[in-house]
Design a protein around this ligand. Sequence first.
Ligand code: SF4
Length: 349
Amino acid sequence: MTHEFSQSDAAEKLLRWFSTNGRDMPWRVKGRAHGNPYAVWISEIMLQQTTVKTVVDYFNRWMKRFPTIDSLAKADLQEVLLYWQGLGYYTRAKKIYECAHVLMKEYGGKIPNNRELLLKLPGIGPYSASSICAFAFNQPETVVDGNVIRVIARLYGLTHAVTKEEIYRLSQPMTPKEHGADYASAIMDLGATVCTPNKPNCLHCPWREICKAHALNIAESIPLIHKPAKKIKRGYVYLIQNDSGAFYIEKRAGKGLLSGLFEFPWQADESHYPLFEHPHWHQTPQTVSHTFTHFQLTLQIVRLQVSENESIPLSNGIFVLPEHFSDYPFSTLMKKVMKRLVEKEPRLL
Ligand code: SF4
């Protein structure tokens, strides 16, 4: 075995493998481009940082409620966020919504079939633009996600810490001029189902004869990934409940990651506890942890019982009964707080 191989031959082998082994998905059609670029766009944004298994239900529900770009643009943002609830990274849903308006205003409700134009749209970065061009328009785009990084790094036996740019440079010449949709799907599927992080199934891999990592028996140690340690933050989440059992929630203002979502008051630091002066704050031993992109957060749950007529020095929120929480979009972090609450008091929800 040599590291030298014909790239067009490798691409052909992969496409042949895909024609019988590729996975069917609601946003992908084997053998051609998907007929609905809108569906491809939504699925691509949903799939960022989330598994296919998780996305399928979200995607089907979304497409039923917002079947067209027009229907999405006409919807209320709060409802859009409700349909995204649980997927996390809510900025993506807000950008989709913003993008739907731009598409209606500037592109007649259609998704452009041009990478440069796609890159000008809100929330569409280089990876999404390439994916949309490949899956929706069958263009010969080289997509590089985590699966592709692993497969290509192993194929070339790269034992150093690889970069996306390096993988792109190696993948690009292998991308065939035709069958862009199938090729992009195929290389992702190979990574997801055969060349898996642990115990890759090399025996059933179309590239086993040309793969350097397989020949050297070093596949599982590739790719080498350096993940910087995440910063750890600690803070408090305040559950304020009145006599009728309703909890105080407020809509997050501003333009940040969680803006537009509802939440119990919380803080990502330990400096100002409690939220305001009151003799009956009760710091529970319960905590909730959540990993954000750049830090790991642990919130301690703090509770307060107030009487219905008691005024509290928080002005923007409302008291909502737990059975009505589902009417409001909450962040994944707040969903975890609710889960912790219900573990303690199962009758609440
Ligand atoms: S031969 Fe094994 S290590 Fe190489 S690409 Fe295929 S599954 Fe991955």
